[in-house]
Design a protein around this ligand. Structure first.
Ligand SMILES: NC(=O)c1ccc[n+]([C@@H]2O[C@H](COP(=O)([O-])OP(=O)(O)OC[C@H]3O[C@@H](n4cnc5c(N)ncnc54)[C@H](OP(=O)(O)O)[C@@H]3O)[C@@H](O)[C@H]2O)c1
Length: 260
């Protein structure tokens, strides 16, 4: 019997980890990819024991030029039949544009955009061999509009949105379904927890749990949805985007995300 695998980048913590748990819960075999550390092995062992699925993991820094090629070669060498590619890994930044140096911005762009495009390109021929397959790309509500004080992060997520929708259209008569998920704020690490704390009651209420985002996302991805909008904020922002004037929208967004 052919074994199929779901490959998830950035799966050692946060939303990626929650997606890996959700996939294993649904009896999918998972391949975990993240930076070197102890978390991937622990998660890999936990998923095997708890859900009785096959798992493996690969440590890599996805900002490195050759990283997507290395991951691809690793999967081919191990004969992993990947039917779901989840491009989740991503980093953010918050503050005035001049706060961070150029190498930090280069890393954001490499991780959030370059790695995602190259992994998609490399795996498409493999995904086409499966009877049905998926590419799930990680966007954000930042995919919907320009985001002051998160200018590079927001722009990278707009890129992911545009790329995913274009690719979905190109591949519409193939066996691959491309989806993008655009969550609002999710408490995943000390930065997001601090941010939730700093931004007042309304912002705190809008923060979601990674487990909720993962379950919601996998359900909709498997149904073939193009744009997946977990949580109230993502839905509201998506629809208001269509009819609220840019100037008003921009003021609200700036106030909500940068409260100083
Ligand atoms: N949290 C939110 O509010 C939110 C909202 C919307 C969208 N998103 C998006 O969701 C995705 C995950 O975010 P998160 O909040 O769950 O982040 P997170 O908790 O910080 O986890 C990020 C994951 O990416 C991995 N990673 C970071 N840099 C990497 C690199 N250079 N090479 C390989 N792996 C790397 C991390 O590995 P290590 O653990 O080994 O460092 C970790 O597994 C991102 O694309 C983010 O933009 C997040």
């Amino acid at each position: 019997m052919t074994e199929y695998y779901t490959l998830i980048t950035g799966s050692s913590s946060g939303i990626g980890r929650a997606l890996a748990i959700e996939c294993a819960r649904q009896k999918m075999n998972v391949l975990l990819v993240a930076l070197p550390g102890t978390k991937l092995k622990e998660l890999s062992d936990h998923l095997q024991k708890t859900y009785n699925v096959i798992t493996d993991y690969y440590f890599i820094d996805l900002t490195h030029e050759n990283a997507p090629y290395e991951i691809f070669e690793w999967s081919i060498k191990n004969r992993y039949n990947i039917d779901i590619l989840i491009n989740n890994a991503g980093i953010s930044c918050e503050g005035p544009f001049e706060k961070f140096d150029s190498s930090f911005y280069e890393n954001i762009m490499r991780l959030n955009m370059v790695a995602l495009v190259l992994l998609s390109r490399l795996f498409i021929p493999e995904l086409l061999k499966q009877p049905k397959s998926h590419i799930l790309n990680m966007g954000s509500i930042a995919s919907y509009f320009p985001m002051p004080y998160k200018a590079v992060y927001g722009s990278s997520k707009m890129f992911v949105y545009s790329f995913s929708r274009a690719l979905r259209e190109e591949l519409k008569s193939s066996s691959i379904q491309v989806s993008i998920v655009c969550p609002g704020p999710v408490v995943t690490n000390i930065h997001t927890a601090q941010s939730a704390q700093d931004k007042g009651k309304l912002a705190r209420l809008m923060h979601m749990k990674a487990s909720y985002v993962a379950e919601y996302t996998m359900k909709r991805m498997l149904k073939g949805k193009i744009i997946i909008r977990p949580g109230f904020l993502s839905k509201v922002v998506y629809y208001t985007e269509k009819f609220v004037p840019q100037s008003i929208k921009q003021k609200l967004v700036t106030k909500f995300f940068y409260n100083e």
